[in-house]
Design a protein around this ligand. Structure first.
Ligand SMILES: C[S@@+](CC[C@H](N)C(=O)[O-])C[C@H]1O[C@@H](n2cnc3c(N)ncnc32)[C@H](O)[C@@H]1O
Length: 256
């Protein structure tokens, strides 16, 4: 009898993600342009970046500002990549503190940050629950900027609705997320929708060859092929229905 070892689909997913420029929709240009809209920040703000991944958001904020950045992510290999990139860009040292931790086990002082920044990561704890929990790290009247997958229409197609009711059942419409933010003590300063090209250039386009490579390397591995199918389905859905949902930056101010 021939025994074949099945690979761990999550491990393969992680390897693919490590080969991408970023780990979710976004771009350095959008990070910088949203940051520039912020008002009332000190000249050298204390910034907490939640779910930094390989750190494009954290690195852009370090380049754009004189801030000190604390960057949190649960995945050690992502944090390691961020540290290497920061070193190469000359923005490490005292201006960057990396913390490898689950959000829920974070041991950081309360009420010391002027700004919390999070791109594509708050969904892992839920938008409202994340805002409520993270708000304790903010100074009174501090700002929180989070990008979150959101419905852009009240009447999504059955195809998009069905996909997201499995993948992220709690995905809210923009107005719904505004209410959620207000419910946990934030004022909504503004919302900005990520341009569609920010889904493609640094995320979906480089993901396609990674999927192809893994398809060939793990041909016949049912678990890995199913994971790859899900990735492809998400890309095809965005191609056909990307005007019905998007990533929205919520710029929030902690109510006094
Ligand atoms: C979609 S990626 C976004 C990464 C990065 N902000 C970007 O835009 O490229 C989400 C990130 O959240 C991190 N993450 C997920 N759950 C987490 C948790 N419970 N605690 C800390 N980090 C978490 C993941 O490891 C991943 O790096």
């Amino acid at each position: 009898m021939e025994l074949t070892m099945e690979a761990d689909p999550f491990r393969i997913f992680l390897d693919m993600q490590l080969n991408l420029p970023r780990n979710g929709p976004g771009s350095d240009r959008t990070t910088a342009s949203v940051y520039r809209t912020l008002e009332d920040l000190p000249a050298e703000p204390e910034i907490l970046v939640m779910g930094c991944g390989q750190g494009n958001d954290a690195l852009t904020l370090l380049r754009e500002t004189k801030a000190r950045v604390t960057a949190v992510d649960i995945m050690k290999p992502f944090i390691k990549n961020l540290e290497e990139k920061a070193e190469a860009a000359g923005v490490s040292g005292e201006r960057l503190l990396t913390v490898c931790s689950d959000f829920e086990a974070l041991d950081l002082p309360h009420a010391v940050f002027d700004l919390i920044w999070s791109e594509g990561a708050i969904y892992t704890v839920g938008f409202e629950a994340g805002l409520k929990d993270w708000s304790k790290y903010l100074k009174p009247e501090g700002l929180l900027v989070a990008s979150e997958a959101s419905w852009l229409t009240d009447e999504p197609s059955e195809t998009a609705r069905s996909f997201w009711s499995n993948a992220y059942p709690d995905m809210g419409a923009v107005d719904e997320n505004k209410v959620r933010a207000e419910r946990v003590g934030f004022e909504v300063v503004q919302t900005l929708t990520l341009p569609q090209e920010d889904w493609w250039t640094d995320y979906y386009q480089p993901l396609v060859p990674q999927i192809e490579k893994a398809r060939n390397a793990f041909a016949g591995d049912v678990g890995v092929q199913a994971m790859l199918n899900e990735q492809e389905e998400e890309i095809r859905l965005f191609e056909a229905h990307g005007d019905e949902y998007g990533y929205v930056f919520y710029v929030l101010k902690k109510s006094a």
